[in-house]
Design a protein around this ligand. Structure first.
Ligand code: PLP
Length: 458
């Protein structure tokens, strides 16, 4: 699918003349343009020229109910007529935010005390980090300030959440990370295990390295560890066997809070309601967003444990106010849409559906390990990462300058499949409503994209 030549008044021309696209090579975009979507239907989106694409990333790992769920539009409309806006500052609030907070607490992966609503995953994680600092000041441990993220972790783009992220391209020239952030190893077993090292041994090495980092920093200065159950923006990397079982006791040993970023994994993605369930995580705080509202409205939630909440209460009592908030945090329309989303998940047993359909996708990608370009395919539920390799036997990656991932992504788009290349890893997180037939179609289009890329490379 090639783009039609740019007409002076086309959307393409107007877009290039007026917008900055996020996470985009701006010069390439200015020169070549991109793809503007016009409408959606189920798991499919249509660009302005009418080309149809299977959205294998659900947008940004997020449009869990696809692109045409009318009930969510109706929920938004109804709430807009009733009360289109009210904030949660200065002791005021609105009814949908109460209903949603209560609902989230009733389904939290571990008993949680309270919910703070924000507008994006970045803001939820940013708030989590601020609360870590506030909490430690409140309990008289002001020296506990360092936050440990992981290499290739993705927690957002505010100054603090990007500092916790381990994405070099998001740090370069933005003068981040802030000085109190550190990064533990990337847990990509396929790429980084030593010859003969089992997954369990690799996980033990990851845990030992984390403990060594904590000891080198001084445990009395380390406040929190933040992790996604499955690393999304790192390339859809599932944790190796035993990884979190080995990490969590270390956090407890050194009195380090565990912030679990469920922004991608929350609400069924891994085949359980939470990634925390899939991997046995015991968080002190949980952030979620994206599938919370099926991404039809910008909303995120941060759930916090009772001891943290009690510290917030005593500190805000001392200071006279809990000095944090956003105009749109707890927006009634976003909360109403999120509530309707959660109702739909329950009515349609979305978790059960993910469990039933995911083998079609996971086995389809596993079969592609025979393809000359594919080194490894691995995933859980409806999230998977496929790693492209120059020399599979030697586990030798391509020279990054060849941009093989980007080539594959482009070839997939030409056959009507939207995937995301993260370096040379291709990520998949289709809408959770994908059917068996659509999952098979996704795998077969991906195989065509791989073949087209391979015929250019060999
Ligand atoms: N956390 C994770 C795991 C994410 O994948 C993302 C975004 O992709 C974020 C946080 C940031 O969310 P947002 O883009 O809504 O700020």
């Amino acid at each position: 699918m090639m783009f039609s030549p740019t007409l002076p008044n086309s959307y393409d021309a107007r877009d290039r003349a007026s917008l900055i696209h996020q996470q985009t090579d701006l010069k390439a975009y200015r020169d070549d343009g991109g793809t503007l979507m016009k409408r959606g239907e189920g798991i499919w989106v249509f660009d302005e020229s009418g080309n149809r694409y299977l959205e294998a990333m659900a947008g940004l790992w997020s449009a869990s109910l696809g692109f045409s769920e009318k009930r969510l539009a109706e929920a938004a409309y109804k709430q807009m007529l009733e009360l289109p806006y009210y904030h949660t500052f200065f002791g005021k609030g609105n009814l949908p935010s109460v209903d949603l907070a209560e609902k989230l607490l009733s389904i939290a992966p571990k008993p949680m005390s309270k919910v703070l609503f924000q507008c994006s995953g970045s803001e939820a994680n940013d708030a989590a980090i601020k609360l870590v600092w506030y909490y430690h000041n409140a309990i008289g441990k002001p020296e506990k300030k360092k936050i440990i993220g992981r290499v290739r972790g993705y927690h957002g783009n505010t100054v603090a959440s990007v500092s916790a992220s381990g994405q070099p391209h998001m740090h370069s020239d933005f003068d981040v990370p802030l000085p109190m952030f550190r990064h533990a190893d990337n847990p990509n077993y396929y790429r980084f295990h030593e010859d003969g090292e089992s997954e369990e041994d690799f996980s033990s090495r990851m845990a030992a390295n984390l403990e060594a980092l904590i000891l080198a920093e001084g445990p009395e200065t380390v406040a929190a560890f933040i992790a996604e159950p499955v690393q999304g923006g790192g390339g859809a990397i599932t944790p190796p066997a035993g990884y979190f079982d080995k990490i969590q006791p270390i956090l407890r040993k050194y009195d380090i809070l565990f912030l679990v970023d469920e922004v991608i994994c929350g609400f069924g993605r891994t085949g359980n309601l939470w990634g925390s369930e899939t991997y046995g995580l015991v968080p002190d705080m949980v952030s979620c967003a994206k599938a919370l509202s099926a991404s039809y409205q910008p909303i995120s939630a941060l759930m916090i444990s009772e001891p943290i909440y009690e510290a917030l209460v005593s500190e805000s009592d001392k200071l006279g106010s809990f000095g944090h908030g956003y105009t749109y945090g707890g927006h009634p329309v976003a909360c109403a849409v999120a509530l309707e989303t959660l109702r739909i998940y329950e009515e349609r047993d979305i978790v059960g559906h993910v469990r039933r359909v995911s083998p079609v996708m996971q086995e389809g990608f596993k079969a592609l390990e025979d393809h000359p370009l594919v080194g490894n395919a691995r995933g859980v539920g409806l999230i998977a990462g496929v790693e492209l390799m120059a020399d599979k036997a030697a586990r030798q990656p391509f020279d990054p300058a060849r941009k093989v991932g980007t080539l594959v992504q482009g070839k997939c788009q030409e056959v009507g499949l939207i995937v995301r290349a993260i370096g040379d890893r291709i990520a998949f997180t289709p809408p959770l409503i994908i059917t068996d037939d659509e999952a098979a179609e996704m795998c077969s289009r991906f195989a065509k994209g791989l073949d087209a890329a391979w015929s250019e490379l060999k």
